[in-house]
Design a binder for this molecule. Structure first.
Ligand code: ADP
Length: 168
């Protein structure tokens, strides 16, 4: 089962879980994080994240989705891009792997990812997409899950369309 690339606002996607491009302090922020907190209800999401406390870069934690169409939010802290020689790729792979492992642990059937780290954190979009695609492919070799990669801006979508034709 291949994964699916869509263009949408991730806070509107009705998957079992949507993934938040979180910060390590699990605090309300901008971009994906802002959309997810606002869709869920900022107060409820802040309380749930506050109870967990923090999330190291490359790891993932889970909360309810509250008022989102998604039942759960998996929060993962992507690496900040600092040139590519500081372990960014392995950390980004960890975001996808650990989020998918949590989804399996919770028995989820569908999950929607944003392009983690490719916004404010500065990871080049093409490389970020390649990491996402390769992690989805290796996960789907051994497991069944409906995986959606939710792209937002045109540049990411153009690169995604080119990649899609090579993975389908
Ligand atoms: P990070 O801090 O990990 O870089 P961002 O939220 O800044 O995360 O951006 C990650 C990617 O998600 C970027 O490509 C950005 O264009 C995209 N994005 C921003 N808002 C949304 C949204 N509401 N839904 C889906 N993708 C989004």
């Amino acid at each position: 089962m291949p994964f699916t690339i869509i263009r949408d606002d991730i806070s509107r996607v009705p998957a079992d879980a949507v993934v938040n491009a979180a910060n390590t302090r699990l605090q309300y922020g901008s971009g994906v994080c802002g959309a997810i907190f606002e869709g869920a209800g900022v107060r409820d999401m802040q309380a749930a994240c506050g109870a967990i406390g923090s999330c190291p870069t490359g790891r993932a934690v889970i909360t309810p989705g509250f008022r989102l169409p998604a039942r759960y939010v998996i929060h993962t802290a992507g690496p900040v891009w600092s040139g590519g020689r500081c372990g960014e790729e392995e950390l980004l792979r960890g975001c996808y792997r650990n989020s998918l492992a949590l989804a399996l642990e919770y028995g989820l059937k569908s999950i929607a990812f944003p392009l983690i780290s490719a916004g404010i954190y500065g990871y080049p979009k093409k490389e970020a997409l390649e990491v996402a695609v390769s992690e989805f492919r290796s996960f789907l070799e051994g497991q069944e899950m409906d995986i959606y990669l939710v792209l937002y801006d045109r540049k990411a979508m153009d690169i995604g369309n080119r990649l899609k034709s090579s993975v389908r």
